[in-house]
Each structure stands twice: as C-alpha cells, then as structure tokens.
Design a protein around this ligand. Structure first.
Ligand SMILES: [Fe+2]
Length: 267
C-alpha cells in the first residue's frame, strides 16, 4: 500500500536533484537574501509520481481530516468605536491531518501510504536547507493540509514572537498536490509593504519555500464547474527552525556544499 518513496529525493526530477545537491546557483541559498522571502519552484517533482502520490493520499486521508475554522469575529464591525480602526485577526477554513498524534486515524493512514516516512526523510529537510541556504535543526515539524472548495486562509504573517527559537525567522516548505477538479488557488504575498504579489499554488508537485514571517494569504480554492467533489488541494508541510550556532552536527541539516555531511541520497 506504500505509495510515497521513503526518501523525498526519489520524487525529484533531474532539476530537483540539482537543487537538492546545491548545484543550481539560481535557487540554492535564494532565501538568504533578506529581500526574498519566498521561492516558488516548478518542474522539480516528477509529475507522474506526484499524481500517483496525490491519488493515494486522497484515498487514504480524505475521511480522516479535522476541520480547522477561524471565521471573522462576530463583533469585528459592531464592536468598533472609531472610524478606520478595523482589525482582522487571522481567518482560516481548511482541513488538517493530526500527524502529531500517533493514535489518530490520520497518522495511521499517513503511515500506511508512506507519507510520514517521506516527510521525515533526510532529503526532505536537505531540500529546504538548500533553498534556504541555512543550517536547519533536525526534528522539524510536519503537517498535512487539505483545501476544499471555498477553503482559504486570510492575511497573516506567521510571526511567533513568544518563541525564542522562531522569533528571528524560520523556514517552511510546502509541496502542493492538487486534484484535477480544482480550477485555481493562489498565494498572495507582500512586497514593499503591499499585498501585491501573487503566484498560483494549485499545482501538482510545485514546491514553495518560505522564510517566515511575512504577510501573505491563500485565496479561496475554486472548483471547476461540476467537479466540486473532486476538488481538493493537498499541501505537505515541513517547518524548520534554524540550528543554533553551536549545535552538534548530528542535530542539524546543513545546506549542501558547506563541508558538513552530504544529504543522504535516495535510491
Ligand atoms: Fe501562512
């Protein structure tokens, strides 16, 4: 029943392998530029394999997900006392798999299709280390989201000022696995103080890598007419903290070519 390869490297195209190995200078270390918070990559995951993984994921996990919903607060308008002083907290509607809980149905289903093994593989983290250009900490977080018709996340910045290890910034990597019934979904993000940039994320195997925090939102997923039942965008996520400067090498994942351990190769 396992469908995902045990190493992320085995999903990659030759272009993706070059990035993993630090041989694509246009991408490797791209997020070290403080002006560049976000990289969107196409053609790095093999489309045929990605589609097979997506189908297995959809069959195994669709019935196990938990709804996550934070609507606009009901008093956000009626509670205002001054003009133009509206405040919008993060709003969201999406479904998620509870992969932290080993007793959850989602965890068992994700194990059965080989998803958790792949998200924990050395080459998954090594890819994030390569694009971010940073030495990352092992024990990264993993998550699965599923956007159905009308699901979205409102403007937010993912800043975590209360967490010492994350407050100076951290790295997120997302792999999109979109079903054929989806018409579109976009990520809108900030540039020069305006939410003016937009990239399509309803891809099959597209990878987006983020140096958070920065302002962004995900537009409502739009289904193709009559295809609502088959309209889902799955997102595989890894969240990576920067390694501490004096961290033991065994507790870190370095970018390729830094003289430390090379990333483990897939078969
Ligand atoms: Fe976000």
């Amino acid at each position: 029943m396992k469908r995902f390869p045990s190493e992320f490297a085995d999903l990659l195209t030759p272009k993706g392998r070059r990035i993993l190995e630090g041989r694509d200078t246009s991408v490797s270390g791209a997020l070290l530029d403080p002006a560049r918070r976000f990289v969107s990559l196409q053609g790095v995951v093999d489309a045929t394999r990605a589609a097979a993984c997506r189908n297995a994921l959809d069959a195994a996990l669709n019935d196990t997900l938990v709804r996550m919903e934070d609507p606009i607060p009901v008093d956000s308008i009626s509670g205002m006392t001054m003009n133009y002083m509206e405040l919008l907290p993060k709003t969201v509607r999406v479904r998620t798999a509870l992969l932290e809980n080993r007793r959850s149905r989602s965890w068992r289903a994700a194990e059965a299709v080989g998803l958790t093994t792949m998200l924990r593989s050395d080459t998954f983290a090594a890819f994030a280390a390569s694009v971010s250009g940073r030495v990352l900490r092992r024990n990264w977080g993993i998550q699965v989201l599923c956007y159905g018709p009308g699901d979205y996340s409102g403007p937010h910045n993912d800043h975590h000022p209360e967490e010492a290890e994350a407050r100076a910034g951290y790295v997120d990597m997302h792999v999109s696995l979109t079903m054929p019934g989806v018409d579109h979904q976009y990520l809108v993000y900030e540039k020069d103080g305006h939410l003016s940039e937009m990239t399509r994320v309803s891809t099959v195997g597209g990878i987006t890598v983020y140096r958070l925090p920065f302002w962004h939102y995900t537009t409502p997923l739009l289904a193709k007419r009559g295809k609502e039942d088959q309209s889902r965008r799955w997102v595989l996520l890894g969240t990576f903290l920067d390694a501490a400067p004096q961290a033991r090498p065994s507790s870190t994942v370095p970018p390729p070519g830094t003289g430390a351990r090379p990333p483990a190769r897939g078969t």
